[in-house]
Write a protein that binds this ligand. Structure first.
Ligand code: PMP
Ligand code: GLN
Length: 379
């Protein structure tokens, strides 16, 4: 058996959701919204199942969805794209797995920023990549030229970069992207950019796609997810944008991983991406209200809340409470107080920050208030 996968524990999200069910807890662990998602988009999917084709769609994705993705990114991010620049995948996860398989040869180095989404490292290792880490720490989770200089080498092939960043909620400013871009260009590396949280940016901020940074269009693979854009996380419809020489090899990996993605969901996503800007603003505003409700409630109860500029997540630093074992804290919280959250140390491969826990705020007011009530007296 392959040791990369044989030695892996069950993901922290699955583990915490199981514990939440077991203890009848309020689940603010795994990142999924409580809201059922836009009715018109779901109705389109239902209609497409009943009336549309349910046979294999084209390998690169339904033409209407490829066109809708290109148009959507032209509209929201000013990227000059056409449908030919887009490939549809079964979630961002397939896109990332395929890109790593396609781009890495055994021994190539991959720069990873930790904390990192938990799928990254096993996929990099299974593809034969050698991880080189840039370690980010609270409260700013930022990185310097010196951090990058220590992680890049002549063997760097890919940089896997996630902004907005799960779990910290950091939206990296343009200056940080430009800093990273200089290193990618100097080392002739591909930037594999996980931008699944691109629409969930608060306080009037705007997501800057790495592809828009000078010198990066020809070396960036941009990954998006309809699951995050519409809060329909189980749909697993993702998309990849890349220049033709990279897309050619990415499509070779895709054709033997999943080959296609359900056509009914694809046509519903194509419809959804074309909706008016006000609909996206409203989704974001709802989430921002939930963020503020949870942040205020936690602060009132004595927790040190770290700022969050995007994603469904906010973090609490337990260090001021003298707590330095986030895993033990999360286990006790779910068992003794009935609230499930995620230990941020699970997002590190080494040198983990052990005093931070992640809360998902994409929930109804009633759920957030129920969690806050249970957190009374914990801090
Ligand atoms: N990347 C990041 C940073 C994520 O947070 C997630 C899911 N939360 C994914 C990838 C996976 O996306 P998908 O469900 O579309 O595979
Ligand atoms: N991405 C979601 C999170 O960060 C969970 C995805 C999963 O369960 N694998 O919570």
């Amino acid at each position: 058996m392959n040791p990369v996968f044989a030695d892996l524990p069950t993901t922290v999200f699955e583990t915490m959701s199981r514990l939440a069910r077991q203890h009848g807890a309020v689940n603010l662990g795994q990142g999924f919204p409580e809201d059922p998602g836009p009715l018109d988009v779901r109705r389109r999917a239902a209609e497409a199942v009943l009336d549309g084709s349910n046979q294999y769609p084209p390998m690169m994705g339904l033409p209407e969805l490829r066109e809708a993705v290109a148009h959507h990114y032209r509209r929201f991010q000013g990227l000059a794209l056409s449908a030919d620049d887009v490939m549809v995948t079964s979630g961002a996860t397939e896109a990332l797995a395929g890109a790593l398989l396609a781009l890495i040869e055994p021994g190539d180095e991959v720069v990873l920023f930790q904390p990192m989404y938990d799928a990254y490292l096993p996929l990099v290792r299974r593809a034969g990549g050698v991880p080189r880490f840039v370690t980010l720490t609270p409260p700013h989770w930022d990185f310097t030229d010196a951090d990058l200089a220590a992680a890049f080498s002549p063997r760097t092939r890919v940089v896997l970069f996630n902004s907005p960043l799960n779990p910290s909620g950091t939206v990296f400013p343009r200056a940080a992207l430009e800093r990273l871009a200089r290193f990618c260009v100097a080392h002739d590396a591909v930037a594999l950019c996980d931008e699944v949280w691109e629409h969930i940016v608060f306080d009037g901020g705007r997501h800057v796609p790495m592809m828009a940074v000078p010198g990066m269009a020809e070396r960036t693979v941009k990954v998006g997810s309809a699951g995050k854009i519409f809060g329909l996380t189980g749909w697993k419809v993702g998309f990849v944008v890349a220049p033709p020489p990279l897309m050619r090899v990415l499509s070779r990996a895709h054709q033997f991983l999943t080959f296609t993605t359900p056509p009914n969901l694809q046509s519903a996503v194509a419809f959804g991406l074309g909706k008016p800007e006000a609909d996206f603003d409203a989704m974001r505003a709802d989430l921002q209200r939930s963020r503020d409700r949870l942040a205020d409630g936690l602060a009132q109860r004595g927790f040190a809340v770290l700022p969050t500029a995007g994603t469904y997540f906010l973090n609490v630093d337990l260090a001021p409470l003298g707590i330095a074992d986030d895993v033990a804290f999360c286990q006790a919280l779910v068992a003794d107080h009935g609230v499930a959250v995620v230990p941020v140390s699970a997002f590190y491969a080494r040198d983990a920050v052990r005093s931070v826990v992640r809360f998902c705020f994409a929930k109804s007011d009633a759920t957030l208030d129920a969690a806050l009530e249970r957190l009374e007296g914990v801090a």
